[in-house]
Every structure is written in C-alpha cells, then in structure tokens.
Design a binder for this molecule. Structure first.
Ligand SMILES: Nc1ncnc2c1ncn2[C@@H]1O[C@H](COP(=O)(O)OP(=O)(O)O)[C@@H](O)[C@H]1O
Ligand SMILES: [Mg+2]
Length: 265
C-alpha cells in the first residue's frame, strides 16, 4: 500500500497564501486522481470556507465534529472527517476555539505530538494519498504539532520585504523543530500573489536562489482576482473557473508538488 504523504502549508506571516494554496493544491491533487484529506488548523476557518458556506462552517465550528474537539479529547481524527461536494476530497473542519489550543496542549504528555497521534489511524489505513494541513500564522506549540505530524512543509511566501523578513524567522523556527522532528523535509517555497510588473519580484527570486538546500518551486502564483471570486463562492479556483490563469498556475504547482512527493516516496 502506498504511503500517505502529509504536507503542511505554513508560514508565520499572515496573508501569504497558505489557505488559498492548501485548498487549491488539495483540489488539484484530486484532479490528478489522488484521494485527499485537508485539515483546517486555523481558527480563521479559511480552509473550511474554501469548501463550505458560512452557515455550514459555523455549524461545524459550534458542533463537536471539528479539529479543536478532536485534539482536546486526543481522539481518533477519522471520526472527525466530513465529505466535501467534491469526489475524493474530505475535510477536518476547524473551530474558532482553536484560539485556545495552546492552552489545551500545555498540560498534555508529549504535547508536540498530539496531532500526529490523533492522525495515526488515518495514516495507518492508507485511505488517503495526501493529508494537507493548513497552519495558522503563528509559531508556537500548535504549529510545532502540525510540523511534527508532517512529512513535508511547503512555505507560501509573498514577494514583499516583510514577506522575506518573515521567511527568516520561519527558517529559524524550523531549525528548532528539526531537533524533535528530524525527518521533516522542506518541500519548498512557493511565491504567491506575484505582480510581475514589480521589480521587487525579481529581487525576491534572486534572494531565494541564494538559499542553500531549499527548493523554490518553478511555478509562482500571480495576483488574480478570480481567486477572491472563487473564495466568495466557497470553491477552489480550479473548480470555480478552470480556464483562469490562477487555476492554471495552481494546477502546475500541484504537479510540481505531486512529483516531489512521488520522488521521495
Ligand atoms: N493569487 C492571488 N491573487 C489575489 N488574491 C489572492 C491570491 N492568493 C491569495 N489571495 C488573497 O490574499 C488573502 C490572503 O490569502 P490566504 O490564503 O488567506 O493567506 P494566509 O492563509 O497565509 O493568511 C486572501 O484574502 C486571499 O483571497
Ligand atoms: Mg490562512
């Protein structure tokens, strides 16, 4: 049986395109025939909103079938999976109570590995080819959990001075994480929300090329208002408007990520 690959989308800088990328790569992988479980690790509920409307997402958040409840009870997350409207695409929804997840983790034994333990049966049963986890814009114990549960991290980064500054912090944090999760791979950095007319984008590419041992995906995602319209209608852009530029770019990125996982499997 093929091993499930667990990939998280993380960067402590907010607005860098984590949720958008997680959602679209997740859906893109199903178009490649893969079975995908997406895990919404952020109290902002954005990944959940990329698949379900507000009423449904709030119902998940207020109910007892969401990630917060699963982690709090150290439960088997197989029981927290909901099916989306799309074939082979499932979700573990989030809750606004995720804001107090650090507190919940604090008293627990081996607190960095709670998410990994809760996902154990999901991985063991091999029901999914990919588990994609959307991380919040923080660098604490919960993100540590997400990284410890992952085989790879993909880092979406915006081509701005503060985006590049944030990336430095991220790599420092990853150095600490490596001490307890030595097998975690850096899948790569993907540049998002690019305006190719700006010279700063060229400088960003130059700076990123200097990073040793870190892959920068060939595909970058340009600014495209279709992304916002797709989110307004709670659909991945690849489902909302397949012919759009953003959909094409996200499909390319999906292929790059899938190739990377296949190479390492
Ligand atoms: N390629 C893009 N073009 C236009 N807007 C985008 C693009 N990618 C993301 N956005 C918008 O930028 C904002 C931040 O993206 P999001 O994925 O929520 O980032 P994060 O999860 O890192 O906070 C969202 O409002 C989203 O609609
Ligand atoms: Mg997000």
């Amino acid at each position: 049986m093929k091993k499930t690959r667990v990939i998280c989308f993380a960067n402590n800088k907010g607005g860098s395109g984590k949720s958008t990328t997680c959602s679209n790569v997740g859906y893109g992988l199903t178009l490649l025939g893969k079975r995908v479980l997406m895990v919404d690790g952020d109290m902002q509920l954005n990944l959940s909103l990329s698949l379900f409307d507000e009423d449904q997402v709030l119902a998940f958040a207020r109910g007892d079938k969401n990630l917060y409840e699963g982690i709090r009870g150290q439960a088997d997350l197989q029981d927290y999976v909901v099916h989306s409207d799309y074939e082979n695409l499932d979700l573990i929804p989030s809750s606004t109570l995720m804001s107090s997840i650090e507190y919940e983790l604090f008293t627990k034994w081996q607190r960095e590995f709670i998410l990994k333990k809760c996902l154990k049966n999901v991985i063991r049963d091999g029901e999914y080819d990919y588990v994609l986890i959307d991380a919040p814009p923080t660098l604490g114990g919960w993100v540590m959990n997400i990284l410890c549960a992952s085989d790879e991290i993909v880092i979406p980064v915006e081509s701005t001075p503060w985006g590049m500054f944030g990336l430095g912090n991220m790599f420092e944090f990853l150095g600490d994480v490596r001490e307890i999760a030595p097998d975690l791979q850096i899948g790569g950095v993907v540049i998002t929300k690019v305006d190719t007319r700006k010279n700063y984008f060229k400088q960003t590419l130059e700076t990123l090329k200097e990073l040793e041992d870190v892959r920068v995906f060939d595909t970058f995602i340009r600014v495209d208002s279709t992304i916002e319209w797709s989110q307004d209608s709670h659909q991945p852009v690849l489902a909302f408007r397949k012919g759009s530029r953003a959909a094409g770019e996200y499909m390319e990125l999906t292929r790059e990520i899938a190739g990377l996982a296949a190479r390492e499997a």
